[in-house]
Design a binder for this molecule. Structure first.
Ligand SMILES: *[C@@H]1O[C@H](CO)[C@@H](O)[C@H](O)[C@H]1NC(C)=O
Ligand SMILES: *[C@@H]1O[C@H](CO)[C@@H](O)[C@H](O)[C@H]1NC(C)=O
Length: 426
């Protein structure tokens, strides 16, 4: 009878899974159809030679011969930025930094229209930019897209700085499996509670390269850069793809060394330490510790072999940059950044740390949740923040969707999708 009972339970959860699946697929297809531009207008090529940045007349820094000034930079901050927002890579935190930098310098963002990405996973087209007209000038593009170099080049000034961020592919896979797994129909037939283990033990028997949303579960980084994520590792197109990325991006940051990455960003773009202040946004409960055993980690890396090669390549270039910067100078700057972030946390955050969704008082501070759960942490703004910090605290803590809305992006498709998701969250 135990066997029958278990089968009964399996049957019920399978039934629930099927209904959930059918509902999900139909609403996803509906939203996809609604949101895709049906006509691809042929947009004339009008190059964008110069930056359109509003440059306030800054007081010229006085030439100084005092030695303590020698570390301060005299170059103007770079304001034309392409940030390739990869998935599950702390990129929401970086977006918050870019939003604040953009507001500070009154820059023009190229935002998507109606949703918070550029029709991902289809390749980026500049016609997807909100209010785009040929010849128009933008400073920053930073929402999720599938990278498409020629289209991006026609959107931004020629001396734009291209930056991106990578993450250890085993951890990225784990995170992506958790966050997007339910949106990938072939995962629904994976048996048992521990689907990720089951999948990694025998990926070939579950993975369907043609399956809807399958790219979320194999070499997602390589896919985000517009490449083919299903290539064999010894295919020459893998190395060509990595070369392509290294030729296009001026700085490739690493999630595992986030503060170091920001210091390199400051160096590359001539920013100030103030521009780098951040709180970790969009973190998943318990996500700091990987649940993959060493054996499963090896399997995850083998399964995502292209991303692993990509990561190792840019890990090397990253540490070369740190060497050039000076390891001691780096350590000193990272310590300074951490100290200032901690100081901000004590000024802004109630309790000084992130809390679960149910403990967040303001809806403005509620982060976007993955389908079927509430695992993403958020913050409460302290009640009596002094006047000088109120605005900054609020912006630093604001989740991406709310900040985008504040910057004038209409997110109706994202919101409809959010309601569908809330209804399905049973
Ligand atoms: C350098 O600074 C000192 C004072 O700190 C001043 O007396 C001197 O004239 C300055 N030299 C130049 C070249 O500006
Ligand atoms: C990245 O590079 C550093 C420094 O060379 C090395 O210690 C580390 O093991 C590398 N990480 C990976 C994942 O290859």
């Amino acid at each position: 009878s135990l066997v029958i009972k278990r089968q009964g339970r399996n049957g019920r959860s399978m039934c629930k899974g099927l209904i959930l699946g059918a509902l999900l697929t139909s609403s996803m297809i509906l939203i996809y159809c609604l949101s895709n531009p049906h006509i691809h207008l042929s947009v004339p090529d009008v190059p964008v030679p110069y930056s359109c940045a509003h440059r306030p007349s800054q007081p010229q820094p006085k030439p100084s011969n005092t030695s303590h000034k020698s570390t301060s930079q005299s170059c103007p901050p770079k304001v034309d930025i392409m940030f390739m927002k990869t998935h599950k890579t702390a990129s929401s935190t970086l977006l918050n930094i870019l939003f604040r930098f953009g507001e500070k310098h009154r820059l023009k963002f190229a935002f998507p229209d109606g949703r918070n990405d550029f029709f991902y996973p289809s390749l980026f087209q500049r016609s997807q930019v909100k209010d785009y007209r040929p010849g128009m000038c933008f400073n920053i593009v930073c929402n999720h897209m599938r990278f498409n170099a020629p289209e991006v080049a026609k959107l931004l000034p020629t001396d734009t700085s291209y930056i991106t961020i990578l993450r250890d592919p085993a951890q990225l896979f784990e995170s992506s499996f958790h966050y997007f797994g339910r949106l990938v129909p072939f995962t629904w037939k994976i048996p048992g509670e521990d689907k990720i283990t089951e999948f990694l033990l025998n990926p070939q028997s579950y993975f369907d390269p043609e399956g809807f949303n399958s790219f979320y579960l194999k070499n997602l980084l390589f896919f985000d850069f517009g490449q083919d994520n299903t290539l064999e590792i010894n295919d020459p197109r893998v190395d060509e793809g990595i070369k392509f990325i290294s030729e296009h991006f001026h700085l490739v940051m690493l999630v595992e060394y986030f503060e170091e990455s920001l210091i390199l960003l400051k160096e590359a773009l001539c920013w100030e330490m103030d521009d780098l202040l951040f709180f970790k946004l969009n973190a998943r409960k318990g996500s700091t510790v990987s649940k993959l055993s060493p054996e499963l980690r090896a399997k995850a890396l083998e399964w995502n072999a292209i991303d692993w090669k990509l990561y190792q390549h840019f890990n090397r270039t990253f540490w070369n940059k740190v060497d050039t910067y000076g390891p001691e100078r780096m350590a000193k700057d990272v310590a300074e950044l951490r100290r200032r972030n901690q100081e901000m946390a004590s000024i802004c955050i109630e309790g000084g740390r992130a809390v679960e969704a149910s403990s967040i008082h303001e809806t403005d501070m509620q982060p976007w949740q993955p389908i079927g759960e509430k695992s993403i942490l958020g913050y409460n703004l302290k009640k009596n923040v002094d006047k000088a910090h109120q605005k900054l605290c609020r912006k630093m803590l604001m989740p991406e969707i709310q900040y985008l809305t504040e910057l004038g992006v209409n997110l109706w498709i994202t919101k409809v999708w959010g309601h569908v998701r809330d209804i399905i969250n049973w």
